[in-house]
Design a protein around this ligand. Structure first.
Ligand code: MD3
Ligand code: FE
Length: 218
């Protein structure tokens, strides 16, 4: 076979692994082949549970639009942050986790060395140009031994990967459509955030970035 010979031992230029630090690995292009199926699944979820701007316990409106899929959804209001089985806007359970979400998150976790990852929560974040996420830790889950898998879709973003203290210097990691990041082990409680998005356009997602964050919350 001609192609097999030509491409033997040549690393794939779109799908490659980039270790960030112990426990954190960027899987460039890992979700590229699923882009259209993910797009359809996200649209079906958003039709039942539209994006909304949550309010922080301090009363600030978050610029990121959020919704959830799975048996638990992350919510924030004046009472605090928590995982809730019920969408407070509809008083219904969150839409179920689509199969393509579960398969992708499990495969990415396995690829990064975390076998048997079965998320029960998928937070769907929507960023438009100018939207940002300030430095924070993810501390609302039950078991910090479980990794977090994040999938970037649509326009690019500059991710900030900090240390164990808010004041620690943050590494800037560009994330593009199809990139998946697995955060576990000692990276699990590192501060992180997203710089304000620059205006851009993506053929399938338009002028937005969608980030899927998979967690074992319960
Ligand atoms: C690093 N979302 O929803 S995902 C969040 O792009 C959140 O929407 C960002 O941070 C986004 O909480 C980043 C990547 C991520 C998620 C969890 C982490 C990075 C992490 C936990 C520890 C360290
Ligand atoms: Fe986070």
């Amino acid at each position: 076979m001609i192609t097999a010979d030509l491409f033997a031992d040549v690393p794939c230029p779109v799908r490659r692994d980039e270790p960030l630090c112990e426990g954190a690995m960027v899987l460039r292009g890992f979700a590229l082949a699923d882009g259209l199926v993910l797009h359809g699944a996200i649209n079906a979820i958003v039709a039942r549970a539209p994006f909304r701007h949550l309010v922080t316990p301090g009363g600030l409106r978050m610029s990121v639009g959020m919704t959830n899929a799975g048996s638990l959804g992350w919510v924030s209001d004046r009472r605090g942050y928590r995982y809730d089985p019920i969408d407070p806007d509809s008083s219904q359970p969150w839409p179920p986790m689509p199969d393509v979400f579960l398969q992708l998150a499990g495969a990415a976790a396995t690829h990064a060395g975390f076998d048997g990852f079965v998320p029960d929560a998928c937070l769907i974040n929507r960023y438009e140009p100018g939207t940002r996420l300030t430095l924070h830790q993810d501390r609302d889950e039950g078991d910090f031994g479980q990794p977090i898998v994040s999938v970037s879709l649509g326009i690019p973003a500059m991710f900030l990967f900090g240390g164990m203290k808010r004041s620690d210097r943050a590494l800037r990691v560009p994330l593009a459509h199809g990139d998946v990041v697995v955060w576990g082990g000692p990276a699990r409680l590192r501060y992180h955030g997203v710089l304000p998005l620059k205006p851009a356009h993506h053929d399938a997602f338009g002028a937005q970035r969608i980030n899927l964050t998979f967690r074992k919350a319960g």
